[in-house]
Design a protein around this ligand. Structure first.
Ligand code: NAP
Length: 276
């Protein structure tokens, strides 16, 4: 599978696994855990979660899913903006670690920008790195201007920006993605299949059919064809995980890329970074 390199040299697969909306229904729990474990077996070893998801229960579910295989997993969690202060971030991190049943996160993200000064969050993140509780840190839902501000307050160790990016949300190509690419900062693309809506898109269905692929696979392969992008689809069943994993083996040529560009054009003018 294609991989993406963080600036510290660590490589992660370009296809990971999201977890939002997992752990919300008791009867789905076993399937969700099985889906995540299957994904790891198939090489989708990056798992993205957050303290927000299912009010912490999603982290517990992920903790169960990675029992016995923690060292194979690149574990990402996210802190609420109101927890991003020097006083609260260590407590939020400890609580996430406890729920996940682990002693460290591979990557800890600020979920979105809030009222805590960025310089304070940078320092708090750095202290967690020094304490060995997180191996690196990053942000989410930051546009190019936010990233520049972060950089200006000493946040140049930021490992990634996790943003809404898929075929129907190409706004970041105007400014945020170039800002990150210029500095070799990989991006994590969330909602890669637009929460299922892209899978029902008639144009995408038609192009995918010509490649003997599914629309989910084509949407994911399009993201993976881009440098420095990690796609993190959430799949709650083994079947969906297997289907998504196969997207990593789907090669899309210049002609297909041109068709997709025509059907899903990048905006001609800058648009504010969207968020779900
Ligand atoms: P998504 O991954 O685009 O879509 C998930 C939906 O697509 C689920 O309903 C899933 O159904 C369905 N799906 C996945 N693979 C499929 C397939 N092969 N065939 C048919 N349906 C399929 O949306 P998302 O979960 O919102 O985003 C992905 C991850 O990004 C999240 O889980 C979360 O970890 C992260 N995220 C971060 C932020 C942020 O602010 N940083 C915001 C949103 C999301 P099943 O569950 O039935 O498989």
């Amino acid at each position: 599978m294609r991989s993406v390199c963080f600036r510290d040299g660590l490589e992660v697969p370009a296809l990971g696994q999201g977890t939002w909306k997992m752990a919300e229904r008791r009867k789905r729990r076993k399937d969700e855990i099985a889906a995540l474990r299957t994904g790891v077996e198939l090489g989708m070893t990056l798992i993205d979660t957050a303290e927000m998801y299912a009010d912490g229960d999603c982290e517990r579910l992920v903790g169960e899913a990675i029992t016995g295989i923690r060292d194979q997993v690149f574990l990402v969690s996210k802190a609420y903006p109101q927890n991003a202060s020097s006083a609260r971030l260590p407590r939020a991190c400890d609580a996430s670690l406890e729920r996940l049943g682990t002693d460290r996160l591979d990557l800890y993200l600020l979920h979105w920008r809030g009222g805590v000064p960025l310089a304070e969050t940078v320092e708090a993140m750095q202290r967690l790195v020094d304490a060995g509780k997180i191996l690196r840190w990053g942000v989410s839902n930051f546009d190019a201007a936010d990233m520049q501000e972060l950089d200006d307050v000493g946040g140049d160790a930021c490992a990634t920006d996790q943003i809404l990016y898929n075929l129907t949300r190409r706004g970041p190509e105007r400014d945020t993605l170039p800002w990150l690419a210029d500095r070799n900062v990989p991006v994590m693309a969330y909602c890669p299949v637009e929460q299922g809506r892209l899978i029902e898109h008639p144009d995408l269905i038609a192009v995918a059919a010509d490649l003997n692929a599914t629309p989910a696979q084509l949407a994911l392969a399009w993201l993976m064809a881009r440098d420095g992008v990690v796609a993190i689809p959430k799949a709650g069943s083994i079947e969906h995980v297997r289907e998504n994993r196969a997207a990593a083996d789907l090669v899309i040529g210049a002609e297909t890329l041109a068709r997709l560009d025509a059907l899903f054009p990048a905006p001609a003018h800058p648009v504010p970074l969207e968020m779900i």
